[in-house]
Structures are given as structure tokens and as C-alpha cells.
Design a binder for this molecule. Structure first.
Ligand SMILES: Nc1ncnc2c1ncn2[C@@H]1O[C@H](COP(=O)(O)OP(=O)(O)OP(=O)(O)O)[C@@H](O)[C@H]1O
Length: 250
């Protein structure tokens, strides 16, 4: 269970997040949406440890994430995929996904290159390939990331995040930059992650349509505040949400 509890984040005089609270239940697909500048990325960055909130707490089970350094999050079972993917474009898909697994190896990254036994190496490779197969990119494992279409690159980044065997997957605007066809494919993949892997997904997304078909629960931010929290049907019909998105009252 992820608890975001009264999180406030200020940048000088600007209040990016104002007492934001919501809960992501285990195994659920939770979307955090809102118009431009609503505070979604700020919230993602607080949850993933990149920003320390001015006040408030983020807890994963008993662990206070606001005190955990970003690189330690993976060991606590949090996988992250970023808006601008952090992949090495010259390396193969498999190598990028394997890099995501380094936190699971005994000595961390160096051990991955230097000290892993053959058997361990084979095990990690097999698992990385399995994850790629699951995401439908199994036929790309030997290709350079730089040569792949953007929709596939996004999936490689998700594969890298899944490689830490997370119980919570954080996705920051995964559909940004994708065409409608790629967006639909990605939505199906995210739905599949939640259905087949049983892990919780927090999806930060600008595109309301994308999340409505797949999310169990939706939290809506506007000007740094939670303006609605409920099922997709509930928030979709909320006059405050319609106003925030369309700028009109109904
Ligand atoms: N590092 C920063 N320094 C100063 N202000 C910031 C910083 N990051 C975000 N902000 C401000 O905080 C507010 C929330 O921005 P944020 O990027 O979190 O919104 P968002 O909902 O992710 O928007 P978008 O959909 O456009 O990405 C905005 O007013 C933004 O200008």
C-alpha cells in the first residue's frame, strides 16, 4: 500500500503540491491525472525520491519513502519508468533490461559486470528475456535501443523498471510522444501488467482517455490540489474535473 499523506511541495513562493493525499492499493492500477502544470510530475518526483516534500509523508507499507534515496527505492520494490527514458541508446534491449536488475545482484552494479557466476548471469538473462516476451518486445532483445521506434523504446523502459521485480510500478506520462496507435498498444500493455503480474501501478498521465479504460481508481490534481478521487466513471462525470480539463462549467 502506497500512502501519499498531506504532501506539500513549494518552489520558492510557488505551491506545486498543496496537502496532496491519496492511497494506492496493492495490485491496483491507480492513475494520477490533471491538466498542464497541475503538479503530476512534481508528485511523481516526490514519490520517487527526487524531490523532498516541504511537508507531508510518502509511505510504502511501513517504509517512509521521503527518507529513502532514489537508488534504494528499487530494493524496496519500487520500479520507475520516466517521461524521458533513461536508457542507453547504444546498448541492446537486453543489456538495458539487465541493467535494471543490477540492484537484485548481491554486490550491485559492479558484481553484474565482474563477479556474477555463469549460472547467475544466465538466470538474470532468462528473466530479462521473459519480461521482454511478456511486453511483446521479445524479438528486439538483441537490437540497439537507438534503432527502435519510440513506442518500443517506451516498452523497453517499462521492461527495465519491471526487471527489479517491483511490487509497485511508477510510470510518468508513458504515452507522451506516442501516436494514437502506440498509445492504445501501451494502454493494453499496462492493463496486462496489472492483470497478469498482480503488481500495483501508479500511472501519472495527462491523457485522460488513456487512463479511463484501464484504471481502477483515479486521483485528479489541479493547481497542486486533489480535486477528485474515485473510479474512472465517478471522476469523469465530476463537474470540477470537467471544468479543470475543459475550462468550462457544465
Ligand atoms: N523544479 C521546479 N522549479 C520551480 N517550479 C517548478 C519546478 N517543477 C515544477 N514547477 C512548477 O510546479 C507546478 C507544477 O508543475 P508539474 O510539472 O508538476 O505539473 P504537471 O502536472 O506535471 O504538468 P505537465 O502535464 O505540463 O507536465 C508548475 O507551476 C511548474 O511550473
Amino acid at each position: 500500500m502506497l500512502h501519499v499523506d498531506k504532501v506539500t511541495l513549494r518552489f520558492g513562493g510557488l505551491v506545486a503540491l498543496d496537502e496532496v493525499s491519496f492511497t494506492v492499493s496493492p495490485g491496483s492500477l491507480h492513475a494520477l491525472i490533471g491538466p498542464n502544470g497541475a503538479g503530476k510530475s512534481s508528485c511523481f518526483n516526490v514519490i520517487s525520491g527526487l524531490y523532498r516534500p516541504t511537508s507531508g509523508l510518502v509511505r510504502l507499507g511501513d517504509e517512509d519513502l521521503t527518507r529513502v534515496r532514489p537508488h534504494r527505492l528499487a530494493r524496496l520494490g519500487v520500479g520507475r519508468a520516466f517521461q524521458n527514458t533513461a536508457l542507453s541508446s547504444h546498448s541492446t534491449v537486453l543489456d538495458n533490461v539487465l541493467l535494471g536488475r543490477h540492484v537484485l545482484t548481491r554486490g550491485g552494479f559492479l558484481a553484474c559486470g565482474l563477479g556474477l557466476t555463469r549460472r547467475e548471469e544466465r538466470r538474470h538473462c532468462a528473466r530479462a528475456k521473459e519480461i521482454c516476451d511478456f511486453l511483446g518486445i521479445g524479438d528486439t532483445v538483441d537490437q540497439s535501443v537507438g534503432a527502435l521506434p519510440y513506442g518500443v523504446v517506451k516498452k523497453v523502459d517499462i521492461a527495465r523498471a519491471l526487471a527489479v521485480e517491483p511490487s509497485l510500478l511508477l510510470l510518468d506520462e508513458p504515452a507522451a510522444g506516442l501516436n494514437p496507435e502506440e498509445t492504445a498498444a501501451l494502454a493494453a500493455t499496462i492493463g496486462q501488467i496489472r492483470a497478469d503480474l498482480g503488481i500495483a501501478v501508479l500511472l501519472v498521465e495527462h491523457d485522460m482517455e488513456l487512463v479511463m479504460g484501464i484504471a481502477d481508481r483515479v486521483t485528479v490534481l489541479d493547481f497542486g490540489r486533489v480535486i477528485a478521487d474515485g473510479t474512472p466513471a465517478e471522476v469523469q462525470n465530476d463537474p470540477g474535473v470537467i471544468k479543470a480539463y475543459l475550462g468550462v462549467t457544465t
